[in-house]
Write a new protein. Structure first.
Length: 84
């Protein structure tokens, strides 16, 4: 359980940093993939899915300024129900 929470916090931190970098004029020349890889995301598809789930926008939408403000994001995964 502790390792799971630690990974979750780490992923949250990395996604927040990616969000910051994508919005920052200082990082406009860097490719989205470079930002993701520099933050430890080895799979660009996973990064894009996790980012979109967290911020309800793709990294490209954030970069292009067509996404919600930085404070509008999800905090927990939706609960799933099992069908028996």
């Amino acid at each position: 359980m502790l390792a799971k929470n630690s990974r979750r916090r780490s992923r949250k931190r990395h996604l927040a940093r990616a969000d910051h970098n994508l919005r920052s004029p200082l990082h406009l020349s860097r490719a989205i993939s470079t930002i993701a890889f520099d933050l430890g995301f080895n799979d660009l598809s996973y990064f894009s899915r996790a980012f979109r789930w967290r911020y309800s926008a793709t990294p490209s939408e954030i970069r292009n300024g067509v996404a919600p403000a930085a404070h509008q994001f999800r905090t927990r995964a939706p609960k799933t129900t099992s069908i028996s």
